[in-house]
Design a binder for this molecule. Sequence first.
Ligand SMILES: [Fe+2]
Length: 148
Amino acid sequence: METKRFQIYKCPVCDTVVEILHQWSMELVCCGPAMVPLRAKTRRQDGWADHAPSVQKVPGGCRVAIGDSPHPMTKSHRIEWVELVADGRSHRQFLCPSQPTEVVFTVKSATATVRVYCTVHGLWQSTIRRIPVSASSPKFGQTRMACS
Ligand SMILES: [Fe+2]
């Protein structure tokens, strides 16, 4: 199997998630069976409203907010990370339980692709071709905290 850079794979046994950084022709194995490539869900899938990443320009960068209402952020069900890809660079923020589902990236691009990983509902993705300028204050409160 040919892997591709930035593909996300998950182990069907232990739920370990990995990302491909170097393209290669081999099968990824974790606990025995092959790891499964995750296909990012988009606005056509059920659950989009709870995981939809919205992006707005704010002073100093781009703010990404997840969902129409705050997504659960418990230990077992949470947004584990948010990735913003812009101008050929990947920016990722890991989130801890109880953290707000909003991240500010110091990115000034006009376009971006955002990926969000929910520990229960998987990978979600949205491509924003023209990032709007924020007209209001943050939806759920800003965070730049690092997850330990
Ligand atoms: Fe979820």
